[in-house]
Design a protein around this ligand. Structure first.
Ligand SMILES: Cc1cc2nc3c(=O)[nH]c(=O)nc-3n(C[C@H](O)[C@H](O)[C@H](O)COP(=O)(O)O)c2cc1C
Length: 159
């Protein structure tokens, strides 16, 4: 099984999570950061994992556009979808629903909730102000859910 992970990150948390995920999948897993890697040939892979972080309730626009543009071919693959975010439970579920086209959500059997990090030192002034207001946090916090990443990798390998 040849895996590709196509992802978007703003402050590096998703990047950290996908490297952990790749280590739990297969040595040949290929990572594509949607912002840096321009040529992604989906046809080269049996299994595609798509995901990214949630900011103000939404996933990265480029990633969403990529999914919409390549919908037909993505539907022919084994698929896994994940998000990195600070919300949990129903709020995380709502964000997940909003993050992916419905057709992809209906097709996948692997749903990943990888948790998140608030890295104050990487935020601009605007982001810091939002986070202080919404979460009342002034120091960085990490809530990456490594056991969910591992379970997601196992699920992907079993598809
Ligand atoms: C300005 C800002 C807005 C955010 N908005 C949300 C949000 O709406 N829902 C949520 O669950 N997490 C939110 N987060 C938390 C991010 O999802 C979390 O920091 C994530 O780990 C970021 O991953 P990244 O570094 O890969 O972009 C927000 C974080 C920032 C800095």
């Amino acid at each position: 099984m040849k895996f590709a992970i196509i992802y978007a990150t703003k402050h590096g948390c998703t990047d950290k999570c996908v490297h952990t995920l790749a280590n739990n999948l297969d040595d040949n897993t290929v990572l594509f950061n949607i912002e840096n890697d321009k040529i992604i040939n989906i046809n080269d892979y049996d299994s595609i994992i798509l995901g990214g972080s949630i900011h103000a309730g939404t996933i990265n626009k480029k990633l969403f556009g990529f999914m919409e543009k390549n919908l037909d071919i993505l539907l022919q693959k084994e698929l896994g979808l994940f998000i990195c975010c600070m919300f949990e439970g129903d709020q995380a579920l709502d964000q997940f629903r909003n993050a992916f086209p419905e057709a992809l959500r209906n097709k996948t059997k692997a749903h990943g909730f990888f948790g998140g990090e608030l890295a104050i030192e990487k935020m601009n002034l605007f982001e810091k102000a939002i986070i202080k207001k919404v979460a009342n946090i002034e120091e960085s916090v990490s809530k990456i859910n490594y056991s969910n990443i591992k379970a997601f990798a196992e699920k992907m390998k079993s598809l």
